[in-house]
Design a protein around this ligand. Structure first.
Ligand SMILES: Nc1nc2c(ncn2[C@@H]2O[C@H](COP(=O)(O)OP(=O)(O)O[C@H]3O[C@H](CO)[C@@H](O)[C@H](O)[C@@H]3O)[C@@H](O)[C@H]2O)c(=O)[nH]1
Length: 315
């Protein structure tokens, strides 16, 4: 996405005013990326494109490498070629600033907790490996060509428009469907995995702040608070007055070949450098998502509601 004016995401997660949008498939095509940068003359480029659902990356590891990994390199090349940069000695004024969506998945089998900018990577999926490739490429282009290119190492960020295959949305949709009598059981995988979940809108604010710095620097953005999937489920069902133990079943087919068991951000550097901190709590986030899905399933035609539940694997 190339940024427009003002805050790019509203509180409900709707994108606002992007000048141009490059979809993930375009990351496979160097020529179209160069044309997009040439035609739009952006001042800032945010690469949020990826094959981002971790389980699919085991099924399609080469696609993950091409889009999520090499796609970053193609985007960097599009900026470098368009700007005519050949070494760090060429001037980089007028060159668009570049933001890369790096991820806490790169920490994988974590070496320490909480995880900061200096924690070593140990990715546990083809997705995590591809993201680590992109992360190091950004660092490399910054050092080789003097580009203002940064990676935000973002922990899980969610909203009511999260894809229904991800666990927060699968749970909010499942809770809403159970509450409305559309289904009785929600099947999940590993209930013990711990994640640092925050509201996507807070993270987008952090991304824009990273590109407004005087000097480029990679930063961790997260809440510093973790919850288990089990806690997420318990809180979401309790929000509508139900007991999760009556409605949740573990399905071993949803377990991953290798799991990232624990993620927890050390956000002290981002606080210090940007003055950034999340504004929406975990409890507010889950309540926001469950309420939104209750409205969605109540208001939508039967077929539309069934389609979104089907996408989440719930129908
Ligand atoms: N999706 C899913 N996850 C489940 C389920 N049951 C348990 N989980 C567990 O819930 C955790 C979170 O899974 P996801 O919501 O799919 O997200 P993720 O794998 O942590 O990856 C997300 O966050 C990353 C940042 O850390 C992003 O980089 C990535 O693209 C994605 O948005 C994982 O430990 C997963 O095993 C289920 O039925 N579905």
């Amino acid at each position: 996405m190339v940024r427009g004016q003002g805050r790019p995401y509203a509180r409900d997660g709707r994108p606002l005013h992007p000048d141009i949008r490059v979809v993930s498939g375009d990351l496979l095509d160097q020529t179209s990326l160069i044309a997009a940068v040439e035609q739009s003359c952006p001042t800032e480029v945010y690469n949020l494109g990826a094959l981002s659902f971790v389980p699919v990356s085991w099924k399609q590891p080469t696609v993950a490498a091409e889009v999520t990994g090499k796609g970053v390199l193609r985007m960097l090349e599009a900026i470098r070629i368009t700007a005519g940069l050949s070494s760090s000695r060429t001037t980089s004024s007028g060159v668009p600033r570049f933001y890369q969506a790096s991820t806490s998945e790169m920490f994988g089998k974590v070496r320490e907790s909480p995880q900061s900018e200096t924690t070593p990577f140990h990715p546990r999926s083809p997705y995590g490996v591809a993201k680590a490739f992109g992360h190091y490429m950004v660092q490399n282009y910054r050092e080789s060509y003097g580009m203002f290119a940064v990676s935000g190492i973002l922990f899980n960020h969610e909203s009511p428009i999260r894809g229904p295959e991800f666990v927060t949305r699968k749970v909010s949709l499942g809770v809403a469907a159970v509450k409305l009598g559309l289904m009785d059981k929600l099947r999940l995988g590993n209930l013990e995995a711990e994640r640092d979940w925050g509201f996507a809108g807070d993270y987008v604010r952090g991304m824009t702040m990273m590109l407004a710095q005087d000097e480029p620097e990679d930063l961790v953005l997260g809440t510093g608070i973790t919850h288990r999937v089990r806690d997420l489920v318990e809180f979401a069902f309790a929000h509508v007055g139900l007991d999760w133990r009556d409605h949740v079943e573990v399905d071993s087919r949803l377990l991953r070949p290798a799991e990232v068991e624990l993620l927890c951000a050390d956000l002290s550097r981002a606080r210090q450098k940007l003055g950034w901190k999340p504004e929406v709590s975990f409890e507010e986030l889950v309540a926001m998502m469950v309420d939104s899905d209750l409205r969605l399933l109540t208001d939508s035609e039967d077929a539309a509601g069934e389609a979104v539940l089907e996408q989440a694997g719930l129908w």
